[in-house]
Every structure is written in C-alpha cells, then in structure tokens.
Design a protein around this ligand. Structure first.
Ligand code: FAD
Ligand code: SIN
Length: 529
C-alpha cells in the first residue's frame, strides 16, 4: 500500500499542469496506463487558443466566439475565467520551455473554425507533442513528482469499499485513493491519497472512427459514475470534420483545422466548393456545422469522403506549417501541394464529462477532475477549436491552488481493504473482449453519430444492454486485464452518451436529431446523470 498527498491519474496536459504546481506543497504520484507521453495531448495538432495580439483581438471577442460555438449551453462565468486566465497559463508553458512558432519576435498566430481572429499559438502541426515534451521534462526535474507508467487505475476507493452503502443521493461520498493494476506484476495495488485528480482524457474509442489514440477509453468518467458521482452533457460528442480518409487505419489521422485556417477549402469530387451553401462562414464555420454539412454532402453524393484542398497555396507555406501532415500524406501516395486530401469526419472530442465546479471539484469529496474527462461548462454544446488545451492548463492551475489549501486538513483513511479478487479465474477468452468492443464501436457509429433519432438511440441502448450484461458477467468471473476494464468503461460511457442524448428533446450544437430538428426556447438545460 502506498500513501501520497496528491494522486494524479493521467499524464496529459491536465495531469502534468496540476502536478507541477501541487508539488510545491507535497508529494505527487502520477499513474499512467502506458508510456507517460501516450496521451491525446501528444496528438494535438492545431494549437492552443488565447488572446495574444491586443491590437486586433480582445477577451470579449474570444468569449463571444466560445459562446457562439457552444450554442447557448456554455457557462458564461467559466468562459470568462478560461479566456482571461489563458494568456498567463500559456506564458507558463513558454516558461517551462514550450516552443511556439514565431514570425520574427511575434508569435505566428493562426486561425481555426469559429474564431473571429487569428489567436492560435502553434508549433508547426505538432503543438501537442511539443507541449507534452516540455511538461514531461519539467516533471522529470522535480523531486516531488513520481510517475508510475503502466499502472492502470481500476476503481476509485470510497465508503462503498468500507461496506457502507453509497447511492447517487449520498451527499458525502469521499474518495480515499484508487485501486490500480500494476501491469508489470499483474497485481492490483491500493494507493491512498489525501487528494485525487482525475485527468484521464476523453472517450473517442466508443466509435469505430476516431482521431483519439487507443488510450482514450473514458476510464475516469466511468469510474466516477460507478462510484455514484455525477456526469454532464455526455451527448455532446464532437466529430472533427477532417480526418484523413484512409480505410483500415485506426485511429484516424487528423488533418488539422489550421489547414482551413490557412486558406484550405472543402470540395466535392468534382472539385466544387460546397460549404457556402450550408453556412456563410464556409469551410471555417464551427465544427458541428462543418461536420454535419460534410455528412449531408456525402449522403447526397453517395461518396464515402469529401476533399480538403490546400494545393493552391505555396509549397513553402505547406512545408513550413504542416510538415507532419505533408509527410503522412506522402507516405500514402498523396502530395498535398498538388493533390486534394480525401477527408471524412471522425469522433474527436467529448465536450461533456465529470461534472465539476469552477475549482474543479467533482461531486465526490477529495476528488477533482481536469481536462477532457471533466465538464466545466466551457464548451457547452460544441467546443471552439483549440480551447481544450487551454481549459486543461487553466483548470490545472486553479485546481492545484485549491488542492494545496485543502490538503493540510485531510488525513489518510484507515482500514481500507485490499482489492478482492476472490472467485476470479484467468480468462482464455480474451477474443470476446475484442468482439464486444467492435460491436459497441460499430453500433455507436451507426446509431449515435452525427445525425440521431429516437428510434436509433433506442435501438442502440437495447443492443448495448446485452453487451453490458455480458461484460459485467465476464468482469466478475475473470482476473483483471486492462482490455477488459477498458471495454467495461467504454460500454459505460457509451450508455451515458445515449442516455444523455435521449434526455435532449431538441437539436443543439453537436446533438442533432431528426425527431426534434429545432432548438427549444428559453434557457437550455444541461443533461445531468
Ligand atoms: P490526455 O492528454 O488524453 O491524457 C490522459 C491520460 O490519462 C493519459 O496519460 C492516459 O494514459 C491516462 N489514463 C487514462 N485512463 C487511465 C487509467 N485508467 N489509469 C491510468 N492512466 C489512465 N485540443 C486543442 O486545444 N488544440 C488542438 O490542436 C487539438 N488537437 C487535437 C488533435 C487530436 C488528434 C486529438 C485526438 C485531440 C486534439 N485536441 C486538441 C484535444 C486535446 O488534445 C485533448 O482534449 C487534451 O489533450 C486532453 O488532455 P488531458 O490531459 O485531459 O487528457
Ligand atoms: C485541429 O488541429 O484541428 C484540432 C484542434 C482542436 O481539436 O482543438
């Protein structure tokens, strides 16, 4: 059994930003399920949004763009906090050693869909990799932070594990730490903490086409929901309009929105631009609109992709700003300085998640959530591009300060039992896990994608129940494996997405249903479970 002041689950921008601050006050232990840098953060391409050019831009404009993209569901107070605190947090990333591209002494700010000004700081088209590198380098120098890689958090520990009944109505559910599977030894270890931060990222892998790496399996959200914490707005799944159409490749390779920010346009097979007939903002309309328009265009033409064209821009610009995309496309025989890029929407970002307040408190005591797994209220019904890395940096800072205040008042819980694996056996049917996973992904893509309906959602929920029952049965009988736990969490998240979608009897932001193709009047409600 280990005891730590601050326990962090996840080593993306959210977990690392928090850890670097909290380490000033106590010992921080970070658990991460594979290598430390294997995170959604590492794959971020476009950049991080903030007001960096006061000559042309302002907090008001960034706030307004975020609210417009969020389609009425953002929490205005949270939007103001993130936008106004953003530049200081980005300056910290720079001070930690993150490089962002410059023109002379000025940052090279670019634009993405839904932004009225150029305000995206980037490092070529591999911004996330650069941020992750700089943060991990700082963490490695900090004697108060330890990272345990290949440690998989299975469940958070609460009163439930002390034999006390906990329901969703219990007001003082408290997190005492986690049970984690040490993948090297295959043993489940008990780790007690004074404060725990859930920073486990998104859940893109509930779909069969996603830009997310395979680690994005919604573990933190599922753990917290099982522990009777609250989640919100899970129906708001953002499909990125332009992932590379390359059948057989999983996950899908992203073609950053910055390509459109630099002038790239969406075209059909005949080479005709089509976005203007859907939205006056054209290829740079907010993501929900662009993804839906591409979906409609594909249905109209019967094609399984559309095209993104940047070939008319100077080759030097393409090579300088998008070297990673250029190389990737070249590897499959496409020269993007000459050829159009075949693209298709793919599940990209979860706007909802673990319900938290303005300091990142979840509805469970001593448990915070940060980054993509959390629902702060910033994104509403549709996240504005490049606001995600920003949110994680801002909330990582706010939560660290709150947690540092709290930690002295907290002592470790006594008498926490070890993980009980009584009655479980080694499985020789791991293939069933793979089959069930594919079934869930297929079904979510077919019935709970960009365009939904009551009939499709009901059908999906019925089928999911069967997979859920089978998975729970398997989980009770077999020794833990990461794949089985991930499947269980993906099934849980898929169910939450469907149930939140069923609650929303309107079309708003990323949730579009043919049964209610309009917005309800009045103040829109969040879907809370
Ligand atoms: P992550 O970076 O995903 O980190 C999650 C961590 O949790 C990982 O270390 C993982 O191993 C660990 N973990 C998960 N479950 C467990 C468990 N059970 N036990 C132990 N560890 C666990 N956003 C922008 O703002 N700008 C962009 O340009 C941008 N581009 C993107 C491009 C791509 C291809 C993708 C996929 C996303 C992009 N996003 C972008 C979104 C953004 O990258 C993510 O939302 C953000 O990085 C999430 O950070 P995070 O720290 O919350 O989670
Ligand atoms: C992109 O580069 O297009 C992704 C940006 C984001 O998801 O915020």
């Amino acid at each position: 059994m280990q005891k730590v002041d601050f326990l962090v689950i996840g080593s993306g921008i959210a977990g690392l930003s928090f850890a670097l601050k909290a380490a000033a006050k106590g010992k921080v232990l970070i658990l991460t399920k594979v290598n430390a840098d294997e995170t959604n953060t590492k794959y971020a391409q476009g950049g991080i949004a903030a007001v960096f050019d006061p000559e042309t831009d302002s907090f008001e404009k960034h706030i307004s763009d975020t609210l417009i993209a969020g389609d009425g569901l953002c929490d205005r107070k949270i939007v103001e906090i993130v936008v106004t605190e953003g530049p200081d947090r980005i300056q910290e990333l720079i001070d930690y050693g993150t490089n962002f591209d410059k023109h002379g002494s000025e940052y090279d700010l670019t634009r993405e869909g839904g932004h009225s000004e150029k305000r995206i700081l980037h490092y070529k088209d591999i911004t996330g990799k650069e941020i992750e590198r700089a943060l991990l380098e700082q963490v490695s120098k900090n004697p108060n932070i330890e990272i345990l890689t290949h440690y998989y958090a299975v469940e958070i520990i609460t009163q439930h594990h002390l034999g006390i009944e906990v329901t969703r109505e219990t007001s003082d559910i408290t997190c005492f730490g986690v049970y984690a599977l040490n993948v090297h030894t295959n043993q489940v270890e008990t780790i007690l903490s004074k404060v725990t931060l859930m920073a486990t990222g998104g859940a893109g892998n509930i779909y069969s086409a996603t830009t997310n790496p395979v680690i994005a399996t919604g573990d933190g959200i599922a753990m917290i929901y099982r522990a009777k914490g609250r989640v919100r707005d899970m129906e708001m799944i953002q499909f990125h309009p332009t992932s590379l159409y390359n059948p057989g490749e999983y996950p899908s390779f992203l073609i950053t929105e910055a390509v459109r920010g630099e002038g790239g346009v969406l075209k059909n097979k005949k080479g005709e631009e089509f976005m203007q007939s859907y939205d006056p903002r054209g290829s740079l309309a907010p993501r929900d609109i662009v993804a839906r328009s591409i979906d409609a265009e594909m249905k109209k033409s019967g094609e399984d992709h559309v095209y993104l064209d940047i070939s008319f821009k100077p080759k030097e610009l393409i090579l300088q700003h998008f070297p990673n995309i250029y190389e990737k496309c070249l590897s499959i025989g496409l020269d993007i300085s000459k050829d159009m890029i075949p693209v298709v929407p793919a599940a990209h970002y979860l706007c909802g998640g673990i319900l938290v307040d303005e300091y990142g408190h979840s509805t469970i005591h001593r448990l915070f959530a940060c980054g993509e797994c959390s629902s702060t209220g910033l994104h509403g019904a549709n996240r504005l591009a490049s606001n995600s890395l920003l949110e994680a940096a801002v909330f990582g800072h706010r939560i660290a300060h709150q947690a540092m205040e709290d930690v002295d008042k907290i002592s470790f819980q006594e008498n926490v039992p070890d993980w009980n694996e009584f009655g479980t056996e080694q499985s020789n049917e791991e293939i069933l896990v793979t089959h069930n996973l594919r079934e869930v992904q297929r079904m979510m893509s077919d019935y709970v994608g960009i365009v939904r309906s009551d009939f499709r959602l009901e059908r999906a929920l019925r089928r999911l129940k069967l997979v859920k029952d089978e998975t729970e049965e398997f989980y009770k009988k077999t020794k833990l494996s990461v794949k089985l736990c991930e499947l269980r969490n993906l099934v849980q998240c898929a169910e939450l997405v469907i149930r939140c979608a069923m609650k929303r009897k309107e079309s708003r932001g990323l949730h579009y249903t043919t049964d209610y193709p309009y917005k309800l009047g009045g103040k829109p409600e969040n879907s809370v479970l």
